[in-house]
Design a protein around this ligand. Sequence first.
Ligand code: SAM
Length: 364
Amino acid sequence: MRLLLTTAQGIEDIAKKEIMELLKENTVTIQEKPFNVEGRLLVEVKETFYTDEKGRKRPFEFATYLNEKSKTLHRVIIEIASHEFKGITEENPEKALKRIEEFTVNIPVERFIKVTESFAVRAFRKGEHTITSVDIARVVGKAIFDRLSRIGSPIVNLDHPSTIVRAELINEAFFLGIDTTGDHSLHRRPWRVYDHPAHLKASIANALIELAEVEDGASFIDPFCGSGTIPIELALRGYQGRIICLEKFAKHLNGAKMNALAAGVFDKIEFIKGDARRLSKYVDEVDFAVSNLPYGLKIGRKSMIPSLYERFFDELSKVLQKRGVFITTEKEAIEKAIEEVGFKITHYRIIGHGGLRVHTYVIS
Ligand code: SAM
């Protein structure tokens, strides 16, 4: 069986590492960015069985397992077919849709979708095309309906389907599969009861924690913690060590507390209302700092960012013992501030977050 896994762009390698640790020897192959599509992984898993409490042999449901355990994935899709539609980005709508429909109708979807159960197609499209995701959902839905009609009476239920079929067209790559995650991406954590206007995706929070290589027993701070995504995700990983969530605005800090309560990790985090430009007032030293810095887009003004970063990194240099990981859209401002106080950039990458390309730095 092959699984198409989705995650944030730019953290495919971190997701791959996590999946390999979760699936262990059950992974046959794992491919990052199939057809060069960012934010996707294709994993082939060995068919594996276990014996249930009644002594029956049952297949191990890897998709369910990954939905429950993964911290970096957005979706777990059982692959039905993948295909590269060369030239589809240039084609007129009729031709492009006809190619997709003809391709889909020839796939034995009845092996994946029970004709007695309802289905719906959810389409996703990215890149330059002459067709929309609504067009794709329509033709793929029709092709599946026609195919299933050969063996019975298919049932479509667009609102509450038993089976969600996901059709993705990303540039020239087309993926068709059963979406086992459902209508809500895994990065939308159930603990998020307070919705910060600029919150970080939990998958990216975990990737940043991985990049920091935090060590159990060490102290950790998110100095711009907002609704607490990074500290909460760290606490949920069972981290043993001091975790501090610092935030300037009471509204967001209260939101972080509410989120931590909902996540069941309130007692594991110290919440401090304070200004990161005066970091050394609140902590004498801290081993790790990981943060999604203010960008000046949704909160505050862009013009205040350079001086905010300069003052923050100056303070950080007084207290940071090991490593820091920071993400921002403000490349010039962060690089200037980091270098001015003598930190060394040990790793850099770009991560896709909410339609933005954010710059990510590991410093020591
Ligand atoms: N990662 C957070 C989350 O997932 O909710 C969002 C962080 S948001 C990009 C940046 C946060 O920094 C905002 O909540 C903002 O109120 C806070 N902030 C801005 N200036 C600050 C300062 N000087 N000290 C501490 N926090 C500050």
